[in-house]
Design a binder for this molecule. Structure first.
Ligand code: GLN
Length: 189
């Protein structure tokens, strides 16, 4: 198994570190040539979704990524990655990758609570969660499975081949969420 990690901006090295820890091969995607390499799944890291979106357009990666996700490529988006995958983002009326039936609120926790740490349930397991100027999910379509709620807000969800978290599991030592994703990939193969 090989996972491509989008490496244009943000916390991509941290994802590679966790994959390495659980014995999964990965490589960085920085351009269309990297994208053409064989892969079983994609991780879109946290960072700044506006910057990542701009680079995806400039590098002509947006359409190929969107097409492959729509064809079933397993994808895991954290934080900014979640925003890029959402079909709707509150008060922002333009498309990004826009493959997942969720409605998202950007910078949803405001300035004071912009970044925080907590421990809560994800798919029936208590895990550490680091939030950094995080979005949360305001609404989901019927095909979307909610995997985690923190304080009345949805912070993790899955729709078929797509997994998103508004927190950063790659910044803590728990490998649970990455293993969950790798199971999705393995079950698809
Ligand atoms: N606030 C960022 C955005 O809107 C996301 C923050 C993150 O990825 N940690 O893109």
């Amino acid at each position: 198994m090989k996972i491509g990690v989008l490496a244009l901006q943000g916390a991509f090295i941290e994802h590679e570190r966790i994959l390495n820890k659980i014995g999964v091969d990965s490589f960085e995607i920085r351009n269309i040539k990297d994208w053409s390499r064989e892969k079983d799944g994609l991780i879109i890291p946290g960072g700044e979704s506006t910057t990542q979106f701009k680079l995806l357009n400039e590098l002509e990666l947006l359409e190929p990524i969107k097409n492959d996700i729509e064809s079933g490529l397993p994808v895991f988006g954290t934080c900014a990655g979640l925003i890029l995958l959402a079909k709707t983002v509150e008060n922002e009326d333009f498309d990004r990758i826009s493959t997942m039936d969720i409605n998202v609120c950007r910078n949803a926790y405001g300035r004071q609570l912009g970044s925080f740490y907590t421990e809560d349930m994800f798919a029936g397991n208590k895990i550490p969660m680091t939030f950094i100027r995080a979005p949360y999910i305001k609404g989901v379509d019927k095909d979307v499975e909610v995997l985690s709620n923190v304080g009345n807000h949805i912070v993790a969800a899955r729709e078929k081949n797509q997994l998103v978290t508004s927190f950063h599991p790659e910044l803590n030592e728990s490998t649970f969420v990455h293993e969950y994703f790798i199971n999705m990939v393995a079950n698809k193969k």
